[in-house]
Design a protein around this ligand. Structure first.
Ligand code: UGA
Length: 386
């Protein structure tokens, strides 16, 4: 430890102790999609850098075993005493646990609020009390329906410290998740500004890759995110369902490029503490229909005998239930991430899709062929991400 003058949120400066680079990294939610890519990325350099990684999740199946420098703990973060121990023994806590599946925001809003807000308050307080660096994963959903400036003018991209957070009415329960995530950001920020918490908030923008989500009827029930929905349909030879026609847009970022950026955050505490960072790829801004066409193309390139893909329009409330709402366009500004991390994502959507298709086919084609249920139940259920 060495004393430093560092910038506090809001531009204030004050001296306190920071580490050059954390050696003891705790990852909460390590067994989810993001965690299962982040932990191996960090572990790849652990032996040379002497880093110890603690991987915590209710299940670590997706993570695999035998990673150098990684200690695995299969437990819920609500387990008495667990967070205290984790925070005590870590230099940095990477907080990934969440319910982040839009099918649940309007069907299980109370669970969504607990998982994304209530259950994480103790973590924020413990990190503040012990001055541990909290790297918390929030969401691009906090920006809401479209990008608007503070005075309500349209913006091309969503900018961390400028764009308004434009959520829908309370009855549109879709925004339960975004509101919970936003309030936790405010709690973290306030602990940073007023209670000495070193923190970084990450807002991921539609990160995709192998091992994302689940396939209904095989390893989960309900409606996963769009990538798994489309792959499920392609593998079963069913139509791809385009919610409200699929004209809404998303900017997709490859998970490998995402975890590389997170690795750089951990290497740069001085630059990143007190900051909120978008991580996304503005050059992969496409409609959901275009994502479907791209996935179908990648799938048929690997399975030339597959039937031609069919697309079916479905009304949003029929698909997700009452209270759903949506973001029309979601493009990140990554100027801050580029400046602070010297990071710029390069992979185009079409370059990412073949490996994603191959991963899903390897894991799911056999159980699907063996005849597990082919219907997607309309009552959503699901789990947590990492
Ligand atoms: C997601 C989730 O809220 C979080 O995982 C996360 O914070 C964030 O956005 C993200 O991934 O970074 P969203 O992008 O709406 O929200 O979730 P998807 O399930 O990936 O849906 C994207 C779009 O595809 C939505 O407009 C949805 O209505 C549509 N969709 C979904 C379809 O057209 N067909 C489907 O079969 C499924």
């Amino acid at each position: 430890m060495r004393p430093r003058t560092i910038r506090q949120p809001g531009g204030r400066y004050r001296a306190r102790a920071v580490r050059d680079r954390p050696r003891r990294i705790a990852v909460l939610g390590a067994g989810g999609f993001v965690g299962s890519h982040l932990v191996p990325h960090l572990a790849a350099r652990a032996p040379t850098e002497g880093t110890e990684i603690l991987a915590v999740d209710r299940t670590l199946e997706k993570l695999g075993s035998g990673l150098p420098g990684v200690r695995r703990v299969e437990a819920d973060i609500a387990q008495p005493g667990l967070l205290e121990e984790v925070v005590r023994d870590a230099d940095v806590v990477v907080s990934l646990t969440a319910i982040c599946n839009p099918a649940l925001y309007n069907t299980r809003p109370l669970d969504v609020i607990d998982a994304n807000f209530t259950d994480l308050i103790p973590l924020v307080k413990l990190c503040a009390a012990r001055r541990r660096w909290l790297v918390h994963f929030s969401t691009c959903e906090v920006y809401g329906r479209v990008a608007l400036s503070a005075t309500g003018r349209p913006m091309r991209a969503m900018v961390e410290d400028e764009t308004a957070l434009f959520l829908g009415p309370i009855a549109r329960e879709r925004w339960t998740y975004a509101a919970a995530k936003q309030l936790l950001e405010r709690v973290i920020w306030a602990h940073g500004r007023h209670a000495g918490l070193p923190f970084t908030i990450v807002r991921p923008f539609n990160v995709i890759g192998p091992r994302m989500d689940f396939i209904p009827g095989v390893d989960g029930e309900g409606i996963p995110r769009v990538l798994a929905c489309f792959l499920n349909a392609l593998m079963r030879g069913e139509p791809l369902q385009l919610v409200d026609g699929g004209r809404q847009r998303r900017s997709f970022l490859d998970v490998g490029e995402f975890v590389a950026a997170v690795g750089r955050i951990l290497e740069r505490p001085d630059a990143c503490q007190g900051e909120i960072l978008n991580l996304g790829n503005p050059r992969n801004d496409v409609t959901i229909r275009a994502l479907g066409r791209g996935l179908a193309g990648a799938y048929r390139a690997q399975h030339p005998d597959a039937p031609a893909p069919r697309f079916e329009r479905v009304d949003a409330e029929t698909f997700y239930g009452a209270g759903y709402d949506d973001t029309a366009v979601r493009v990140p500004s990554i100027a801050k991430a580029t400046r602070l991390l010297d990071w710029r994502p390069r992979l185009q959507l079409t370059q990412m899709l073949p490996a994603i298709v191959a991963d899903y086919v390897a894991r799911y084609a056999e159980p699907i062929a063996a005849g597990v249920s082919s219907r997607q139940p309309r009552v959503a259920a699901g789990g947590r991400r990492g």
